[in-house]
Design a protein around this ligand. Sequence first.
Ligand code: IFM
Length: 480
Amino acid sequence: MDHQGISRRGLAGLALGGAALGLSGCEGKPDTELHPRSRQFPKDFVWGVASAAFQTEGALDVDGRGPSVWDTFEKKPGVIVDGSDASVATDSYRRYADDIDLIAGAGLDAYRFSISWSRVLPSGEGAINSAGLDHYSRMVDGLLAKGITPYATLFHWDLPQALQDKGGWKNRDTAYRLADYAHAVVDRLGDRLKRYIILNEAAVHTVFGHVLGEQAPGLKDIGQLGPVTHHMNLGQGLAIQALRAARSDLSVGTTMALQPCRPAGGALWNRLASDGLDALWNRAWLDPLFKGAYPGAMDDFLKGVVRDGDLAITRQKVDFLGVNYYAPAYVRLDLASASHIAPAQPPKGAELDAFGRHIDPSGLFEVLEMVRRYYGNPPVMITENGASDPFGKGPAIIDDTFRINYLRRHLEAVLAAREAGSPIGGYFCWTLLDNFEWDLGYTSKFGLVSHDRATGVRTQKASYAWFKALAASGALPSSP
Ligand code: IFM
């Protein structure tokens, strides 16, 4: 990842910010495994799967849905590696009852899905499209009828295009529109839908969508970093306030993609880069929510953006923090690049996932410890974790022992973090069905169940049966 345009001054500030917080545990650890004392999860631990609207629903032009930034982006030539699109995806808008059957069939407690903003408000604001809300109302009813608790994410990257046309997240007004949208959802569904996740992985959306241009809305503009970050944090605070004002019986959280940021080779000079990335990737989201502040490292980017009173709004009590974790990030100082931050390889010999990332359960433990030690030890839900098949156009791997191993080892980290004192209440595997993996199209498959796009046939993988057995017993096996 090359954050083009991050200034020398900004980088120095970022590094200082990291040092001030004392987050020094970023070097790679030789032992990536965790060894919890007990392998038993408590009876009330929540087992679920997670998904997102644009990746699964299809049916992009039915029931009055408006276009989102992803509808626009995916049409640009060459941006989706296999030239595919999300017009059908897993067909879940139509087949949501089949999805629910699979979730129930695995005996899971919960389903995390996202609501498409532009189904509810086709222009992002103004007139509510009740047909869009009807769909989610049916889904919520279907889940509840099978004893599955719905967790709804309000924003999983699919901003209504009409709002993008007005500047998107760079425009402060979008923060207020998020709160209006949250109100529209809770007003209609709040009698049955009690658990809300405001944002999904805002750091990914900011950096890959607005700075690197690899995802929607496809902007390559370092000038977006500060305003987009702050307006999403502000919108999150306003949306939490809107939900709380509407009802007092909700559980409200938000989900972050937390990553330990590690200097390549543990070199001191690379620490400048890793602390910089840590500030904009982790702390620019955690600090405003839990402390009502930004890391000093963000000052340059936020000039003229944060108004009086904003940080009192970004700081909110959440009922849980959603943590998504896949891998640590390795970076190095690169004086030749404009940002001085450059991606680096994981340590030699490290076990890699399909993305070339280090498979390292200790990284999950590390971010959970960071949340416990520096952010007041809030209740946590692991809202995503999972593994992709090797990229390719071929059929899904049904006998997916590699995925079972990945899940098992990361669940050891969850147990170890609980033993260290982190109140982690649940784990959502990403994801139920092989789906539209953004710019990677259908070449990356994370599902517990495969979905044949030609026939619509869904086939349970070995990991589905494994996860089902785990959810039933709560006892984590020590081998696949
Ligand atoms: O598919 C994504 C999801 O939308 C956000 N978190 C990571 C997943 C796997 O890359």
